[in-house]
Design a protein around this ligand. Structure first.
Ligand code: NAI
Length: 258
């Protein structure tokens, strides 16, 4: 628990499922006032959290949601830019629509929400932004050209916000590797079809590629986000925090046994 998160107004984008849902839960447990902005209001909502239907890629949606948050709660202390999508395609097979969709959600979405919150945070002389990038901003898989580009862009945007609005706003990025969420289920499904046993087998296989021997859990990402949003990380800004079970340090080359 981070005592300073208690009573803070925290916006989490994409809080309806996966990593975002775990972040919402974590901040509710920290006694923050949590508002999830996502495209769909989920049926299985976290008790104590508030939900607003918002498409982060649409500035008008974001403006009206954040105005409503400010009207109700008077401020925004913490902004967690988690919403994101992934499509699997190399550059040649990425049509303009797919490219724009990924960039508009994964990058412009952060521009939209941050631009709405930063003036208030600067006025308060206090604010904290955490952006969800990916280990794919460091090491990449094939056939994810737009996604990989978008997650590299998130790192640049994180550093720019950190530098431009220091010392009042801290801004950091989290870079997860494979985390057990609907997004990863979808990726597994594309490889092995709609068979739960095969999907689980695929996820175990992917897990073995990570030095820690497994894929990650959503609460493990939420822990990192809560740390960065709390005063426990008070001298950290512009940083990239890997939550990747060691995947990013591993070269795919074997060496002789001793
Ligand atoms: P997910 O697909 O399970 O959930 C995505 C969330 O984003 C949902 O709540 C969805 O409603 C929301 N969302 C999507 N488009 C939106 C839009 N236009 N406006 C508002 N909300 C929108 O995905 P997951 O796995 O939880 O991923 C969350 C973030 O973590 C994403 O940014 C993803 O790129 C990143 N990430 C995920 C990894 C994984 O292995 N699951 C690994 C590395 C990064």
């Amino acid at each position: 628990m981070y005592e300073d998160l208690s009573g803070k107004v925290a916006i989490v984008t994409g809080g309806s499922k996966g990593i975002g849902k775990a972040i919402v839960k974590r901040f509710v447990n920290e006694n923050s006032i949590v508002i999830s902005l996502s495209r769909h209001i989920p049926e299985d909502r976290i008790d104590g959290a508030f939900y607003m239907k918002t498409d982060v890629s649409k500035l008008s949606d974001v403006k009206s949601a954040i105005n409503e948050v400010i009207g109700r709660y008077k401020t925004v202390d913490i902004l967690i830019n988690n919403a994101g999508i992934e499509e699997y395609s190399n550059l040649s097979s990425t049509d303009e629509n797919m490219w724009d969709n990924i960039m508009n959600i994964n990058v412009k979405g952060i521009y939209n929400t941050s631009r709405e919150c930063i003036p208030l945070m600067m006025n308060n002389h206090r604010g904290n932004i955490v952006n969800m990038s990916s280990v794919q901003a460091q090491i990449i898989t094939k056939n994810a050209a737009a996604y990989v580009t978008s997650k590299h862009a998130v790192i640049g945007l994180t550093k720019s916000i950190a530098l431009d609005y220091a010392p009042y706003i801290r801004c950091n990025a989290v870079l997860p590797a494979t985390i057990d969420t609907p997004l990863v289920d979808k990726a597994a499904m594309l490889e092995v079809g709609n068979n739960t046993e095969l999907i689980n087998k695929k996820k175990l296989e992917w897990g073995k590629e990570h030095p820690l021997g497994r894929i990650g859990r959503v609460d493990e990402v939420a822990n990192a986000v809560a740390f960065l949003a709390s005063d426990e990380s008070s001298f950290i800004t512009g940083a990239s925090l890997f939550v990747d079970g060691g995947l990013s340090i591993k070269a795919p080359i074997s060496t002789p046994e001793e």
